[in-house]
Design a protein around this ligand. Structure first.
Ligand SMILES: [Zn+2]
Length: 265
């Protein structure tokens, strides 16, 4: 049921650079703007959101095991299994069902894993969490994913890459942008116009996948310059503003629910 429509949106965050001869609709009259400033934007700065920032997470509880359909990158497919279930509550009234693969061994072990990510996800704004209904947690050395009203986590990749680089929160911003922003904005005529007027993309990854990745790739840099400017080098802020001024204006004109982020932090 959900499988067909949702598979389309499945996101391959780190499959950066695989698509070599993608079409760039905007490039014909925009050559003077040069190449995108970044390869991929989750890597641009680890301090945009950190573990010291507040989380909206309140609590979670163990709700037993039950049949669920989850996506697992290790088999590149949907699987039916009975994960440990942890409904997690956030202080803006949002709730997420965290589904932990039974491979973690016991409800107690699964609870620790669910708790770890529930807190981190709570650092995302209400806007980015609004359509996140479930979180899937598996082991495995595979990239995270967004879309499907979900955030997909593979814990080995998380530890070896995102956490080591300090970009766990930044990666969730990207993935949650797929989940909660893409369907509203990626096809908005004003967004398409902003893409065209900018005559550039923020990253190679966005340029290679302009319909699938541009909102998610652009949102984190926008967030950095608008809400975290004091945390990032000025040269980085200027690069972002030079590359995507019209997309920045597009996001500025939306009334995003930015709780718990405060301007000027
Ligand atoms: Zn993505």
């Amino acid at each position: 049921m959900i499988k067909n429509s949702l598979a389309i949106f499945f996101i391959f965050s780190l499959s950066i650079g695989l698509c070599k001869d993608s079409k760039n609709k905007e490039s014909h009259d925009c050559n003077e703007h040069g190449p995108p400033p970044f390869h991929g934007t989750i890597f641009i700065n680890p301090d945009i959101i950190t573990s010291n920032d507040p989380s909206t997470f309140i609590d979670l509880y163990y709700n037993g095991q039950a049949l669920r359909t989850m996506y697992d990158r290790r088999v590149s497919d949907w699987i039916d299994l009975e994960p440990y279930l942890f409904p997690a509550n956030y202080d803006d009234s949002l709730m997420i069902e965290i589904q932990v693969n039974p491979e973690f061994g016991s409800p107690e072990k699964a609870r620790l894993v669910a708790l770890k990510y529930a807190v981190v996800i709570g650092r995302l704004t209400t806007e980015l969490r609004k359509d996140v209904e479930t979180v899937w947690i598996h082991r495995g050395l595979e990239a995270f994913g967004g879309g499907n009203n979900n955030l997909l986590i593979h814990t080995d990749w998380s530890e070896k890459h995102y956490e080591k680089q300090g970009i766990l929160e930044e990666t969730f911003v990207h993935e949650a942008a797929h989940t909660s922003l893409d369907s509203y904005h990626a096809n908005d005529p004003d967004w398409i116009a902003a893409q065209s007027m900018d005559c550039n993309f923020i990253s190679d990854y966005a340029k290679e996948h302009p319909e699938r990745e541009d909102v998610a790739e652009s949102y984190l840099p926008y967030f950095a310059v608008k809400y975290r400017r004091s945390r990032i080098p000025e040269s980085l802020a200027m690069k972002i503003e030079k590359a995507i001024p019209n997309r920045i204006e597009y996001f500025n004109n939306r009334s995003f629910e930015m709780y718990p982020i405060e301007t000027g932090n």
